[in-house]
Ligand binder design. Structure first.
Ligand code: PLP
Length: 401
């Protein structure tokens, strides 16, 4: 009889966001027509910027004519896009060769696929609270997972734990869900630790574009020693509204070797076997993000989300609800008032003010008692959500701080 991958039996019953969607569907069935304010899931609300749309249209037109038509694309990415991304790093004084940049269909795909580079006996460390895909992807692969908890005592930015020896370590900065961002010294300590023990850091930089504070690195390759221990996984999803268009990129430095094997070359071998490249049209659209006008236009969208974060933070400040993040990050991580569990708080907001957030418990055990709000909703919804929060909690939250 066929033996399925029994590791799937170890997964939690459903992916966090699937569970939330199910609950919302059942609520709407009971309360048809209700205006729900979705401040939970991290999807964006603004459309792609003009520069990207123009590039996409022109690429579609290219596909209509034999002289400009493109078939299969190079598996690791079109040279024009790999060069544009390497140049983009160059402008921030990070020297990359285009062949260190791999174009992907998004960070989620890549975070799962990249695990092919590491054998199933490797031990993985996840800094929690964390994006749930890290744990789930490694559970599917049957790896041992070490959970490194963080909390208010360390500002949700844990230091390396010298008592353990992981092979693979996930870092996410700005963090989903807490919005915490490593400064240079903190990140340097992780790099030094990884180099000392021979671990590889998987640096998830999906939200790097939100960083304004110059003391916080937007790329791990701003720091010394990263080229021998880090892989950086990036996405245009939140940076440029590509959640439905799909494009990401991954940086694997040439110097990244383990046991005499070169991870950059291994990834070339993997991609040439397992993919036929990302669509020409989408790569053309993505390359527009890295032009001067593209950068200006995406900055306008990022500012809009940052203002949304400001609106939510103002409401929480007025209510005296303690929170983290919101600055240099699109997420606000709040302490559930009245010491409620995060799912109880989810239900309370859904039932009373129809505001949807994300329960912290879905991001690891140490997320219990916290709740994630996102700044990616429309301005209208964000304003309405903060109005409802203010009206509902005014007078209830003394002592929540
Ligand atoms: N990494 C983190 C931390 C995320 O929060 C997300 C999406 O929300 C992703 C990766 C996935 O990004 P993508 O849309 O590129 O798959």
């Amino acid at each position: 009889m066929l033996m399925p991958n029994l590791n799937y039996a170890q997964l939690k019953d459903s992916y966090l966001f699937a569970h939330i969607s199910k609950r919302i569907a059942s609520y709407l069935k009971e309360h048809p027509g209700t205006r729900l304010l979705r401040m939970g899931i991290g999807d964006v609300s603004l459309p792609l910027c003009d520069e990207v749309i123009r590039a996409l249209h022109s690429a579609v037109e290219d596909q209509a004519h034999a002289e400009t038509f493109h078939g299969y694309m190079p598996e690791c990415g079109a040279p024009f896009l790999r060069e544009a991304i390497a140049d983009h790093y160059g402008k921030r004084k990070i020297q990359l060769s285009p062949d260190e940049v791999f174009v992907s269909s998004g960070a989620s795909d890549e975070l799962g696929d990249i695990l092919d580079l590491f054998e199933s006996r490797s031990v993985v460390q996840v800094l929690e609270p964390a994006y749930p895909a890290y744990v789930d992807a490694n559970t599917m692969a049957g790896r041992t997972i070490l959970h490194l908890n963080s909390g208010e005592d360390n500002g949700f930015l844990p230091e390396p734990d010298e008592s353990v020896r992981p092979d693979l370590i996930y870092l996410c900065s700005p963090n989903n869900p807490t919005g915490a961002v490593f400064n240079r010294d903190q990140l340097q300590r992780w790099i030094d630790y990884a180099n000392a023990i021979g671990a590889v850091l998987l640096f998830d930089a999906a939200y790097e574009a939100f960083i304004e504070d110059p003391t916080c690195p937007r790329s791990i390759f701003e720091l010394s020693g990263a080229r021998t221990c880090a892989i950086e996984i990036c996405s245009l999803s939140k940076t440029a509204g590509f959640t439905g268009t799909r494009l990401g990129y991954t940086v694997i430095p040439r110097e990244l070797n383990r046991y005499g094997m070169n991870l950059n070359q291994m990834w070339v071998r993997n991609r040439t076997t397992k993919t036929n490249g990302v669509s020409y049209i989408i790569q053309k659209g993505a390359s527009a993000v890295f032009t001067e006008r593209g950068q200006q236009q995406i900055q306008a969208n990022l500012s809009y989300y940052k203002e949304n974060a400001g609106i939510l933070m103002k409401a929480l400040d007025e209510l005296g609800i303690r929170y983290y993040g919101g600055k240099n990050a699109p997420y606000i991580w709040l302490r559930c008032p009245g010491n409620k569990t995060s799912w109880d708080f989810f239900e309370e907001l859904l039932e009373n003010i129809q505001v949807i957030g994300t329960p912290g418990a879905g991001f690891g055990a140490c997320g219990e008692g916290y709740f994630r709000l996102s700044s990616f909703a429309s301005r209208d919804d964000t304003q309405e959500a903060s109005k409802r929060l203010l009206a509902y909690f005014s007078g209830q939250t003394s002592g929540a701080k």
